[in-house]
Design a binder for this molecule. Structure first.
Ligand code: GLA
Length: 364
């Protein structure tokens, strides 16, 4: 049987947080950093996985059920489980994983792994699926095998990535519209500040945010918050008794509008406006959705104070990375000033790098 290789990138979400499972809007980019899976099918009924980022190898049965596979191997095992649940063939063999997507930084190392594993298996079995179907199967594995109640943004971004394009996603129909995102041609750079903060509570907190949104939608008599997007927000919010849920909804509705405004500003090359919307998004995540931490708040504030056009935490929250749009000539000065502020604030030094929008997943 032939060896196959599949690659899938991590992602940065430019704007639109926790909107995916509310059928709203988001605008991520795929990263140049990616996960590569080399798969040697052997026709057996087990898959053995090893990774240069993890110690030791794991073997799981093709028939493994939720709860039976522990650690990072649950992600590939979840893909195998979900592929079969959707009626597609799988095959045993040996998978070797390499990746330069940072793990646990909110840059979707898990979606990159899932998509690369899934595309490698499909290449080995000669299965050709629409990207939307690939995203849905990977998400099903993550939700119901791994047990993380996430949406589909990360997988869609990893699969649809395009060089120098942001991806405007409408989660009502999962349509993806590329929008030119070429900061370099405008003397700008996307700075990524990884707080290096472990986000231990992320799963429980993520689930509780999702429950708030579901509860509020029920209170409003709709199946999704998307149904009330664009209504008179103040009057609408008064119909939600729970004060906390009300603020969660305010974040979702205002964030959806910011995504649309941001796409408009990007098309008009209005980068100042893009920056303002990013900073507003951070404030909404901090005050209304309450998914930031004092640590990432300090990084975002510091970036703006030292000359970024805008800055916000990216990803599910409770740690991870802050992104900022900065003048290219000031990258080093701003990065240095942020590092200084963060360590003076008593936090560990961040890891700072720059990012560009890269291509989506591929296989051979
Ligand atoms: C995580 C999830 C995504 C999305 C973001 C928040 O990355 O995997 O589905 O909900 O959080 O926007």
């Amino acid at each position: 049987m032939n060896v196959v290789v599949a690659r899938a990138p991590g992602r940065i979400n430019l704007i639109g947080e926790h909107t995916d499972y509310n059928q709203g809007f988001a605008m991520p980019i795929a990263l140049e950093e990616r996960t590569t899976v080399r798969f040697e099918p052997d026709g057996s009924d087990v898959i053995t996985v090893g990774s240069t980022q993890e110690v030791g190898r794991s073997t799981f049965a093709l028939q493994a059920q939720p709860g039976e596979v522990e650690g990072w191997a649950a992600y590939p095992a979840g893909v195998v489980w979900a592929l079969q649940a959707a009626g597609h063939p799988v095959v045993g063999g040996v998978m070797s994983v390499t990746s330069d997507v940072p793990i646990g930084a909110g840059l979707s190392s898990s979606a990159a792994l899932e998509c690369a594993v899934l595309l490698a298996i499909n290449a080995a079995t000669g299965t050709n699926l629409e990207l939307l179907e690939v995203a849905r199967i990977a998400q099903h594995g993550e939700n119901d095998f791994v047990g993380a109640p996430t949406g589909s943004m990360d997988q869609l971004a990893s699969l649809h990535g395009e060089v120098d394009r942001a991806l405007l996603i409408d989660f009502e129909d999962s349509s993806v519209t590329p929008v030119v995102f070429d900061l370099a041609s405008h003397g700008l750079t996307l700075l990524v500040v990884d707080s290096n903060a472990a986000h231990r509570h992320s799963t429980g907190e993520y689930a509780s945010r999702r429950e708030s949104c579901t509860r509020a939608a029920t209170a409003l008599g709709v199946d999704s918050l998307r149904r009330v997007q664009g209504n008179d927000d103040a009057a609408l919010l008064e119909r939600i008794d729970d004060e906390v849920d009300r603020r969660r909804v305010r974040h979702i509705l205002s964030e959806n509008q910011r995504v649309l405004d941001c796409a408009k500003a990007l098309r008009a090359k209005g980068f100042r406006k893009v920056g303002e919307l990013m900073t507003q998004s951070h404030a909404s995540m901090r005050d209304d959705f309450e998914i930031t931490t004092a640590h990432v708040d300090l990084i975002a504030d510091s970036a703006v104070r030292h000359g970024a056009l805008g800055a916000r935490m990216t990803g599910g929250g409770f740690g991870g990375c802050v992104i900022a749009i900065v003048p290219a000539e000031d990258v080093d000065a701003i990065a240095g000033a942020i590092e200084h502020d963060i360590t003076r604030g008593g936090f560990p030094a961040p890891t700072v790098f720059t990012a560009r929008a890269g291509a989506g997943a591929s296989w051979s």
